[in-house]
Ligand binder design. Structure first.
Ligand code: 7PM
Length: 265
């Protein structure tokens, strides 16, 4: 059954929430609301990966993320994921109760792979071409689906070599990370194949620019587009959907399942 990961931004400059959730109690309320709406996982992020966003220091990221993870862990049994590339933040977040590491750099940073392996938690490996600051500057591929697949299998292999068992690895094509609209559409159409590999697939398309390009709508009006894409991703076999709008996504998945568009469990 497709699981839902609710996005919790612990950044003051996140494009969707405008910094409103930076306060620990607001963040906790947001997280508990998403769990009540059916989220299985809460993804806590303290570093904005927005193109051009300024890098965040280790201490800043720790200050943003750790209190929020602690507060959520004290109140729910939902899995807490930490969206980070920094070994220090991985370690502190897991000590505070996180059970998953979501790294948009696929554990390529100094010490990240070894730290994740030692911590013994689930990891999500995401594909990105370039770095957050320059990734949308003329991304190029000969065959985007084949290159993303090869990258993800290579990183999964590196994880296994470092001692992370295959059951703890998720792969993610990284929609919008160094990709044009055409690249994103090709990747989406290739989801059935990606889902046939040895690892469960996580997809994040919620409110993204590609949906703005398809609908002409600004970020605050992309819920319907996001839900449509989430349901189709689930039908393609995706294991985890990373979304802002948990209640709408969960409703749509219930209906799609009842109508036979998704596997029963
Ligand atoms: C600005 C640009 C703000 C992009 C936020 C974003 C993914 C992720 C993000 C994803 C995984 C967003 C992104 N996207 N982690 N983190 N997969 N695993 O739209 O697609 O949330 S940040």
């Amino acid at each position: 059954m497709t699981r839902v990961m609710g996005i919790l931004n612990a950044t003051p400059d996140s494009f969707s929430d405008g910094g409103f959730w930076t306060d620990r109690d607001q963040a906790l309320r947001h997280a508990l609301g998403m769990v009540a709406a059916g989220a299985d996982i809460i993804d806590v992020g303290g570093e904005s990966t927005r193109p051009g966003a300024s890098p965040v220091s280790v201490q800043q990221e720790l200050d943003r993320v750790v209190p929020v993870v602690e507060a959520i862990a004290a109140e729910t049994r939902a899995t807490i994921s930490v969206d980070t590339s920094k070994p220090e933040v991985m370690q502190a977040a897991v000590a505070a109760g996180a059970g998953m590491i979501n790294d948009v750099r696929a554990l390529r940073g100094e010490g990240a792979l070894e730290t994740a392996a030692r911590l013994g938690v689930v990891v999500c490996l995401m594909h990105m071409q370039g770095r957050p600051g320059d990734m949308q500057h003329e991304p190029r591929y000969a065959n985007v689906a084949a290159e993303v697949e090869a990258f993800l299998l290579d990183r999964a292999g590196a994880c296994r070599a470092a001692g992370i068992p295959g059951e703890r690895i998720l792969i993610d094509p990284g929609f919008g990370f160094g990709k044009t609209l055409e690249h994103n559409l090709s990747l989406f159409r290739a989801l059935p194949r990606l889902c046939s590999l040895a690892y469960p697939v996580l997809v994040g398309v919620s409110r993204k620019t590609m949906l703005g390009a398809l609908t002409g709508r600004p970020v605050e009006d992309r819920v319907a587009a996001s839900v449509a894409a989430a349901v189709l991703a689930a039908a393609h076999g995706v294991a985890v959907l990373r979304v802002h709008d948990v209640a709408a996504t969960v409703d749509a998945l219930k209906v799609a399942r009842a109508l036979g568009a998704l596997p029963a469990c």
